[in-house]
Design a binder for this molecule. Structure first.
Ligand code: ADP
Length: 229
């Protein structure tokens, strides 16, 4: 596949290298000469150019390019302008990087095909590194706070949330629990049904194997997982 990556900062440059290693043809664009020079040996082509200037940008081989990724982060104005230019030039697939919710709204209004959030995604991966026994899934709300799904361990079986005292003892809020039941259909074939049990209260009683959805600081979540695994 052929890619054009606009902005060879940390994210753009590492993405360009990764895509090249995977056998793709990547053109990297940046208006900073040292960024362009730094990537010259690592990807197929590098071009120094102001990506907000439509006339210059229209000189790129956009028709032959499968995906354009606007990877400019910090300078949201430049990101939005470069994205709008690419949209005007009807590129095949347009992906842009958002660094704030407002920025994301603007990109949606422009009509990009996909939005990436490398900051959040890195945080999410970090949160996943908390992976310990019992963790089902997680997503990071900020660098510090996550919502995590974990399997209820045996030691909580039959206990209520009030008894365990997640908030008191771990500074963690239990949002809801999900119960998995085996059900047989008319042909006798069993399948697992998941049921979300509504907003959790101190009376909610846990059963081993349920999924508990919790919210809290990553440090507190890690401590809970350490203690329950
Ligand atoms: P990161 O967080 O990934 O390092 P940055 O936002 O710091 O991302 O880097 C974005 C890159 O985009 C920088 O290398 C910068 O020179 C480049 N850039 C910024 N504005 C433009 C523009 N108008 N045209 C081309 N490249 C740009």
């Amino acid at each position: 596949m052929k890619y054009i990556i606009i902005g060879l900062g940390n994210f753009g440059a590492s993405l360009a290298e990764k895509l090249t290693r995977e056998g793709n043809e990547v053109i990297g664009v940046d208006n900073n000469m040292s960024k362009v020079e730094g990537m010259k040996e690592k990807i197929a082509h590098t071009i120094r150019m102001d990506a907000t200037d439509q006339i210059t940008v229209s000189g790129l081989p956009l028709r032959d390019t499968d995906v354009v990724i606007v990877a400019i982060g910090e300078d949201q104005g430049a990101n939005i302008m470069a994205t709008a230019v690419m949209k005007n030039l009807h590129v095949n697939r347009l992906i842009s990087r958002a660094i704030s919710p407002l920025h994301e709204n603007v990109l949606q209004a422009i009509g990009v095909d996909e939005i990436v959030h490398p900051e959040e995604e890195t945080a999410e991966r970090w949160a996943k590194k908390l992976v310990l026994k019992g963790l089902v899934d997680s997503f990071a709300l900020t660098g510090e706070y996550s919502i995590v799904e974990l399997t209820v361990p045996e030691k909580y079986n039959g206990k209520s949330l009030g008894e365990i005292g997640f908030r008191r003892n771990y500074n963690i809020v239990v949002l809801t629990t999900i119960r998995k039941d085996e059900q047989k259909n008319l042909l006798g074939i069993s399948r697992t049904i998941t049921r979300v049990q509504g907003v959790a209260s101190s009376e909610t009683v846990l059963a081993e194997g349920d999924i508990m959805v919790i919210y809290g600081n990553n440090k507190d979540i890690k401590r809970l997982l350490d203690e329950t695994s």
